[in-house]
Design a protein around this ligand. Structure first.
Ligand SMILES: NC(=O)c1ccc[n+]([C@@H]2O[C@H](COP(=O)([O-])OP(=O)(O)OC[C@H]3O[C@@H](n4cnc5c(N)ncnc54)[C@H](O)[C@@H]3O)[C@@H](O)[C@H]2O)c1
Length: 374
């Protein structure tokens, strides 16, 4: 007898860049993976009826709506997915959580840490996800495996840059990403949040930060660039740079970690590859191994294409969704969730404060670390 698969009706708020990436993931996850749920693209919500209806027709959503308040309480909706500008994350997520929905939310989770904590409290006990999708780039998931098995030894340096260049484009001047009331911050929430999430995943908690934040463009309400120095709880030191004014770079989400036994480097603009350096190689072949992380044996590789048949940006959302649905069916908590994103938000608030006060700022240990050490 065929296995009964439960249906989940999804409502998505926002149908821009992320609306497309998520719609694609909802449609594709059952093709590449065998998720324990069947996803129904039930309601798509935006502001302009004509645009929402066109999007619904193109991506296969059943209903098009323009009022998110009524969508998140609909009885026939199980999952609310938030792809709207940052200032709407909290009101939508809190209303959806109160209505008993599973909540998926884009990053940065909130406008500031207090709001992020309110969201995490509202969603406590209910399944939730934050779309820090880069954790599921196979090469980054593989980097995590290598680090956990001791490939880099004791880490000394963590270095991350997230470099884009569109911030100087006059055609982009009117976008919500430059309005403080809608975005909260600039390169910080948009780009640095991803780098911080990966650093916490790969190198553990950060204990203190100092920073420099700059707005170059006249009249702009949010930061164009942020530079941060950090100390990690494991004794290593880190540097972070995020900017929308890195002429010549489009989406250079890069990190490297150097340790006593090796090093690892990743660049999203070449996302199928990971550079791995092993100090234990004999001296005559010392150098980086340029590993193509498309299998065999690499994370997610058996679900995508045969080895060497590269994957793209969209696969990171598909893999994230697959892992989430598996956790959901096993009643396990998924990471990164709202609580994980609160830690990123704490760091961003500390970085803001360090820049304003021109001093080092300490970060309180996450409650899970405090629990473990007490
Ligand atoms: N995970 C990632 O890598 C990644 C990448 C880009 C953006 N993001 C995040 O995704 C979110 C959306 O970004 P985007 O690039 O898709 O933006 P976008 O401007 O392309 O799309 C925003 C969408 O929200 C809709 N919207 C705005 N106000 C609304 C309202 N009141 N009711 C309903 N819909 C409303 C707009 O109509 C639009 O469809 C942001 O939080 C952003 O930080 C994440």
């Amino acid at each position: 007898m065929a296995k009964q698969i439960k249906k989940l009706n999804v409502a998505m708020i926002g149908h821009g860049f992320m609306g497309r990436a998520h719609s694609n993931a909802f449609r594709q996850v059952g093709c590449f993976f065998d998720p324990p749920y069947q996803l129904q693209l039930k309601v798509i919500c935006g502001r302009n009826r004509g645009e929402v209806e066109a999007f619904a027709a193109k991506w296969g959503w059943e209903e098009a709506q323009t009022d998110w308040q009524s969508v998140v309480v609909k009885k026939d909706v199980d999952v609310v997915d938030i792809c709207a500008p940052n200032h709407l994350h909290a009101p939508i997520a809190i209303a959806a959580a109160k209505a008993g929905k599973i909540v998926l939310c884009e990053k940065p989770l909130a406008m500031h840490v207090t709001e992020a904590e309110q969201m995490a409290n509202a969603a406590r006990g209910a399944p939730n996800l934050v779309w820090f999708n880069y954790r599921r780039v196979p090469a980054i998931a593989f980097a995590k495996q290598l680090i956990d098995r001791g490939q880099v030894g004791s880490p000394y340096h963590y270095r991350a840059t997230y470099l884009q260049s569109w911030g100087g484009d006059p055609d982009q001047a009117g976008v919500w990403r430059f309005r403080r009331s809608e975005a909260g911050s600039g390169a910080m929430g948009d780009l640095l949040s991803h780098s911080l999430d990966l650093a916490l995943l790969l190198n553990g908690p950060i204990t203190e930060v100092s920073s420099l934040i700059e707005t170059f463009m006249p009249g702009r309400e949010v930061d164009d660039a942020v530079l941060t120095l950090a100390r990690f709880a494991n004794g290593s030191i880190g540097s972070f740079e995020a900017t929308r004014l890195a002429t010549g770079c489009q989406n250079r989400n890069y990190f490297e970690i150097h340790g006593s036994d090796g090093a690892i480097r990743f660049d999203l603009e070449d996302l199928n590859r990971l550079e791995v350096f092993d100090r234990n190689d004999t001296a005559d072949i010392q150098g980086a191994h340029n590993v193509m992380v498309t299998g065999p044996g690499h994370p997610y590789s058996s679900h995508f294409w045969p080895p060497g048949h590269i994957i793209g940006y969209e696969h990171t959302f598909i893999a994230t969704l697959s892992d989430f649905l598996n956790c959901l069916s096993k009643q396990e908590s998924f990471h990164p969730n709202f609580d994980d994103a609160v830690e990123v938000q704490k760091l961003m608030d500390a970085i803001q404060s360090a820049a304003q006060r021109k001093t080092w700022v300490s970060i309180a240990a996450p409650s899970s670390v405090l629990r473990r050490s007490s």
